[in-house]
Design a protein around this ligand. Structure first.
Ligand code: 5AD
Ligand code: SF4
Length: 463
């Protein structure tokens, strides 16, 4: 999942306005899919006449869209709930709702153990919010955590939140059938299902008409996208979808995430090669570089398969940047396994990685079958070695760009300095440059790259 980023606490406030209505305050945590779901929730609430509050103490209803991916993510939510408890003491009519993956994982336990929580809604049950809110209005507590095999919210127009008006996310599928042994997602988000091609194309065209310049197609595993029309017509796979999106929105940059190495096909790579507006960037989580650990993780590929995927990408798309997710200290991981991860990182030459210590999640295959036996300090040390190597790789990647010209889609002012603009190149690298007056968000400009750090390219605008 891109890239907000998974399991990290990024909060988001929502803005919709309907006069004289009840108010809600919504905060989102976790992956981009969760943020995308919050746009669906906001749209449904606006339809019910709710308006948003900028601060929790201005709202009648506080909502947390939660993440369960690692224990730390859940702890963050519990801390936030403790802050909400203080608010509720002062204002007993305040209602609190838990949405998303933690709602799904803990279900009724919320109501049994946590007096504060009035509403619990899983990721596939947002369409039921109007009925659940009615229950709340009648003074009852309400729960819906049913998972669905069909729900894709394809007919609900997301209310674009926190948007820079330049890039947007479009969900193309939900759920995951992969059953990686460490992962809670199949339990919290249910079975894989794909969204109707036509509604995706309509949404993308709507964004292009609204002036957006970049779209990221989102799914837990985009490469297993598969849509069969009811009339028995031609089945679309992910490469077909990419092709159609690229053609339908020639003025937009197209990105996608996340890819599973076992499902990323040559057809997708050739589709990327054919279209200049599909960005040369693939997020291809390896998780580990050791074949033995990959097998325990149930990733269904081994080290050599992953490395040959990297070779295939480099052959078909020589300029393609590859990023990864890496877990340190999975069950039984030895120093030799860890060394395999470091050497795979070097071979794949990741431009960027999201890196984590293994966190055992209740109910997962790994929690049931294996002991979480790598000591915490060993996990941390291995993680810091992985991070140090990634910084080295990112820096040398970026240094290679010095002296080249980057095509940059401008996103806004630099976060560090108002005198500079920031944007991303085709490989998703952050580029910062001066000359604020010469361009605006949404412009595509050329920047001569002059300096690089491990995180950023810096340069000069070419008039
Ligand atoms: N512990 C640590 N990291 C995890 N991830 C998923 N589950 C766990 C876990 N139990 C990581 C994986 C995945 C990313 C979204 O989060 O690397 O790709
Ligand atoms: Fe996203 Fe849920 Fe996974 Fe967290 S647990 S990363 S919110 S799918």
């Amino acid at each position: 999942m891109p890239e907000s980023r998974q399991g990290e606490a990024i909060s988001l406030e929502v803005g919709v306005t309907v006069a004289g209505a009840r108010t809600f305050y919504l905060e989102s945590y976790g992956c981009q899919m969760n943020f995308s779901d919050s746009e669906i929730v906001a749209s449904i609430l606006a339809g019910e006449g709710y308006r948003s509050a900028a601060q929790p103490d201005e709202a009648d209803l506080l909502l947390l869209n939660t993440c369960s991916i690692r224990e730390k993510a859940e702890e963050t939510i519990r801390r936030r709930l403790r802050e909400f408890r203080a608010l509720k003491k002062r204002r007993p009519t305040l209602q609190v709702g838990i949405l998303g993956c933690m709602a799904e994982r803990l279900k009724n336990q919320w109501l049994e153990q946590e007096k504060l929580v009035d509403l619990v809604v899983g990721p596939d049950a947002y369409r039921d919010l109007p009925r659940l809110l009615q229950h709340l209005g009648e003074g009852q507590r309400a729960v819906n955590v049913l998972l669905s095999r069909e729900e894709t919210y394809s007919d609900i127009a997301p209310l674009r939140l926190d948007s820079n008006g330049v890039s947007a996310f479009v969900s193309i599928m939900r759920g995951c059938d992969n059953m990686c042994s460490f992962c809670v997602v199949p339990f919290t988000r249910g079975r894989e299902r794909s969204r109707d091609v036509c509604t995706i194309l309509d949404e993308v065209k709507g964004l292009a008409d609204g002036g957006y310049r970049e779209v990221t197609l989102l799914g837990q595993n985009v490469d297993s996208y598969r849509w069969a029309p009811d009339d028995g017509g031609v089945i679309s796979d992910f490469a077909d979808l990419l092709e159609r999106v690229a053609q339908a929105a020639p003025s937009m940059r197209i990105r996608f995430s996340t890819s599973h190495p076992k499902d990323l096909t040559e057809k997708v790579l050739h589709t990327m090669a054919r279209h200049d507006n599909i960005c040369n960037y693939i997020h291809l989580p390896c998780q580990s570089g050791s074949s033995r650990i990959l097998e325990l993780m149930n990733r269904t590929y081994d080290r050599n398969w992953y490395l040959s995927k990297v070779d295939e990408i480099r052959t078909i798309l020589p300029d393609c940047a590859i990023s990864s997710d890496i877990i340190a200290g999975f069950c039984t991981e030895t120093e030799e396994d860890h060394a395999d991860t470091l050497s795979l990182m070097r071979y794949a030459d990741f431009c960027m990685s999201y890196m984590f210590c293994y966190s055992e999640r209740p109910g997962t295959l790994a929690a049931r079958k294996f002991a979480d036996d790598v000591p915490e300090e060993v996990k941390k040390r291995r993680l810091s070695e992985i991070i140090a190597l990634q910084n080295e790789l990112s820096l040398s990647h970026n240094r290679r760009d010095v002296g080249t010209v980057a095509e940059v889609l401008v996103e806004g002012r630099s976060r560090r300095s108002d005198e500079r603009m920031r944007g991303r190149n085709l490989q998703n690298k952050m580029v910062v440059f001066e000359d604020v007056s010469a361009c605006k968000p949404g412009d595509c400009v050329r920047v001569q790259i002059e300096e690089a750090t491990s995180a950023t390219l810096m340069g000069r605008l070419i008039p």
